[in-house]
Design a protein around this ligand. Sequence first.
Ligand SMILES: Cc1cc2nc3c(=O)[nH]c(=O)nc-3n(C[C@H](O)[C@H](O)[C@H](O)COP(=O)(O)O)c2cc1C
Length: 185
Amino acid sequence: MNAIENILKRNSPRELVAPHPTEEEMNLVFNCALRAPDHAWLRPSRFIQVTGDGLVKLSEIFQDFARENINDLTDITLEKYKNAPFRAPMVIIVISNIRIHPKVPEVEQLLSTSAATQNILLALHALGYGGIWRTGKFALNEIILKYLGLDQNQRVLGYLYVGKASGRQKKLPKLDISQFVKKWS
Ligand SMILES: Cc1cc2nc3c(=O)[nH]c(=O)nc-3n(C[C@H](O)[C@H](O)[C@H](O)COP(=O)(O)O)c2cc1C
């Protein structure tokens, strides 16, 4: 698939099933992630690749976090969080490791990891896999850090659910670029 076609066709599939990418494929994917733009080459992006028993561990972390931090938690919601990691054969936890730097504020480091995340989604698509970026209750807050064994200078930008796309293919919308783009010439 050529690069432009890969970008235009990337989408978040309705359903993700086994198999997940091989170790060799994930080496490529993470190398693509680390080619994201990165002011001063601070290398802020970190990833935790979760498969197999790791998904059980993540499920337990989600349940512990929910029990201890979500008010009025119902059994139905807890069950939903318990099952959440098993919606795909692999989950990648996306983290930005923030460093104090005179020229590179936190937001630039978060943006770099965000660009790395899109590189992951595009690389997965090019290799014939699907990915879905999700946040929800377990991302973008500082309380989750200790549950995941992370440091206070780190930020969880989300969870990428990864596998083979399954189910009916989404119809991708055709957007009118003139509504989004102004041209100064
Ligand atoms: C930072 C970020 C967080 C997201 N969080 C969620 C989420 O928690 N749940 C969800 O269903 N979609 C979430 N999405 C949206 C999906 O990843 C996806 O982009 C969206 O459903 C549109 O589908 P498409 O990628 O096929 O265009 C998030 C997207 C971004 C960029």
